[in-house]
Design a protein around this ligand. Structure first.
Ligand code: ZN
Length: 252
């Protein structure tokens, strides 16, 4: 059996039914989906696992979620279909199921290189699910321009051991993707909003002391309250982004 190289068109004899192969003529790395080959390109990781863990901790802090125990941080190369040179354009996951956390994921606009035979240290390849190329080609009419990108992420499992949450850190941009996550500091009022309320109360008390006239004092309190409202609203009412999207599916 032989297949045609998606890059140079040469016929490559197949020794065994291997999904990942290298063209002996042009040295491209290829992905074999049935009898069709696709050029396979790596988006090289820039972040170490330690940096990814730090990015994750920063993201929790930004969302006012209490510090979490990281149960596992795993480097993965996720396969995505895309067009060559269009690394930042829309891409389709070549694996299933797509975790809810990665619904918003986009391929980073970094220079892609020929995929090495062995994945970069600390990263494991996630296998492609068959037929995704056919589906993508049919929907998009992209035809032969389709390339299989290997995108590096760190999958972080955290929280309770029985039912851990998961987050993904883009190992190129450092962007953090989360679906379900633990509640912020407290459900109603975070540390930040407690401080804001305390400051507001002190201002009220000060106004009451400085302005002896009860009506004037009340008016001052109302004005202060109205002025402070946008700050309080932002701190108390607004939930952190993405915190309420239900999660399903997981990359193992
Ligand atoms: Zn070739």
């Amino acid at each position: 059996m032989e297949v045609r190289c998606a890059n140079c068109g040469a016929r490559i004899p197949l020794k065994r039914d291997d999904a990942l192969l290298r063209c002996p003529f042009c040295d491209s790395t290829l992905y074999l989906d049935r009898a069709h080959t696709f050029v396979r390109l790596l988006l090289p990781p820039l972040l170490t696992e330690a940096q990814a863990r730090r990015r994750f901790a920063e993201e929790l802090n930004r969302r006012e979620i209490p510090a979490q125990e990281v149960l596992e941080a795993k480097g993965l190369l996720l396969p995505f279909w895309g067009r060559r040179g269009g690394e930042s354009a829309r891409a389709e996951a070549a694996f299933a199921p797509l975790p809810a956390a990665l619904v918003e994921y986009e391929l980073p606009s970094a220079g892609a290189t020929v995929s090495p035979d062995e994945p970069p240290p600390g990263f494991a390849r996630l296998p492609c699910s068959e037929n995704s190329a056919a589906r993508w080609e049919k929907e998009q009419g992209l035809g032969a321009g389709l390339v299989l990108y290997e995108a590096p992420v760190f999958r972080i499992a955290y929280g309770a051991t029985q039912k851990p949450f998961e987050a993904y850190v883009d190992a190129i941009s450092g962007a953090v993707f989360m679906a379900e996550s633990p509640s912020p500091m407290t459900d109603a009022i975070s540390r930040g909003s407690m401080k804001a309320l305390l400051v507001l109360f002190l201002i009220f008390a000060l106004e009451a002391m400085v302005i002896p006239n009860a009506a004037l004092s009340l008016a001052a309190a109302v004005i202060t309250g109205v002025a402070a409202f946008p700050v309080l609203k932002k701190r108390i009412v607004q939930p952190p982004a993405n915190a309420r999207i239900a999660g399903h599916g997981s990359v193992q």
